[in-house]
Design a protein around this ligand. Structure first.
Ligand SMILES: *Cc1c(COP(=O)(O)O)cnc(C)c1O
Length: 367
């Protein structure tokens, strides 16, 4: 068996130890004689898996007691509708929601939210082709927005907030909502500065099918009457994420990833490793003009690193050579082009080093 280095943006690499443990427990979880996939979500075995996952996630990210953690389905794209369906009714209709447009994912959120509210794009970096994040003091926030939406890591464009923006009195202290799908648990976050955080699991947590939502208590219980019951945060919270059948196997794997993260030293230790991994790539790109990364240095993503070859006619040869070395899924998103290396928590530093070694070798041959 050959395990590759998988640089996919998502679904993405998982820790090998987790996959190994899941394989060992596949037919018989802890003497139950069942696979986790076969268990009732209401049985004591699965409840224990769920409670451990919730507890570990709360501990890892430091989620305060006045926030609920919801295990949902529907992905990040689903949340683009579910968030307004749960938050806009706190204001008189039609409510205004402020968005900061920093790339493909915030653009998608804006498009979807327009079905439920009046969208104000408070700032946008579209004119700069999403290579920067508009500085906080340039945002034109509304007076009484239902909330302010940001995407803290743009998976496709490769920009990441390196700080938590303060919203403040300007908007009547509108809650900050963040799509953290592609960097949640990769760095320390002060959850108390956010009203809602959401993320699909398949980038940095576990298998596709699970979506995590962290919502402050006072923001729960305001869903529009048209909100589907399965996505009404109040019903979901009251039923401990079991209003309907949750994605049980995905929750189990996420739970194993949380245990793995704790063994690695938690989020703070992961963050140090992620800084070092990203620096290996960016430092190399900055040292040569054979490759380039076009993102402003102070908002380069530690998770998703887009890059271009100076001579783009070599792209196919580059990808073929990478594949021979078991370095996979490096082709950039079609909307950006070029290459992209996604280096989530579960990508070992050895994988990033193997990529840098290949980049150097390729440059030597073709430069
Ligand atoms: C992947 C991603 C999404 C979409 O997730 P789905 O599970 O496909 O709905 C949303 N936002 C961000 C930032 C992402 O990286």
């Amino acid at each position: 068996m050959t395990r590759v280095y998988n640089f996919s943006a998502g679904p993405a690499v998982l820790p090998q130890d987790v996959l190994q443990q899941a394989a060992e427990e596949m037919l018989d979880w802890h003497g139950s004689g069942m696979s986790v996939m076969e268990m009732s979500h209401r049985g004591k075995e699965f409840i224990s898996i769920y409670e451990a996952a919730e507890r570990d996630f709360r501990e890892l990210l430091g989620v305060p007691a006045n926030y609920k953690i919801l295990f949902l389905q529907g992905g990040g794209i689903g949340e683009n509708a579910i968030v307004p369906l749960n938050l806009v009714a706190r204001k008189s209709q039609p409510a205004v929601v402020d968005f900061v447009n920093t790339g493909s994912w915030s653009s998608k959120s804006i498009k979807e939210a327009k079905k439920y509210c009046t969208v104000n794009v408070a700032a946008s970096s579209e004119a700069q082709k999403f290579t920067v994040i508009p500085p906080r003091d340039s945002w034109k926030l509304s007076k009484d927005a239902a909330y302010v939406h940001i995407c803290t890591n743009e998976t496709i464009d490769g920009v990441e907030f390196q700080y938590t923006p303060e919203i403040g009195a300007e908007t009547g202290n509108a809650p900050l909502v963040a799509d953290m799908s592609s960097h949640i648990l990769s760095r320390a976050v002060d959850v108390s500065k956010y009203g809602v955080i959401f993320g699909g699991a398949q980038k940095n947590i576990g298998p596709a099918g699970l979506t995590l939502v962290i919502a402050r208590d006072d923001l729960i219980g305001h869903a529009l009457s048209i909100c589907p019951s399965a996505f009404d945060w109040k019903l979901v919270a009251e039923n401990h994420s079991m209003y309907n059948t949750p994605p049980t196997y995905s929750i189990y794997i996420a739970g194993l990833v949380f245990q793995w993260l704790k063994k690695q030293g938690g989020v703070a230790a992961m963050e140090q490793r992620n800084i070092a991994k990203a620096a290996l790539l960016y430092d190399y790109f900055d040292s040569t003009d054979f490759y380039s990364n076009k993102i402003a240095k102070d908002c380069r993503s530690r998770m998703n690193v887009p890059f271009f070859l100076r001579d783009e006619s070599l792209n196919d040869i580059f990808l073929a050579g990478a594949k021979e070395r078991h370095l996979l899924q490096l082709k950039g998103h079609k909307s950006v082009g070029g290459m992209r290396a996604s280096i989530y928590n579960a990508m070992p530093v050895e994988g990033v080093q193997a990529l840098v070694d290949y980049l150097k070798e390729f440059e030597k041959k073709h430069g």
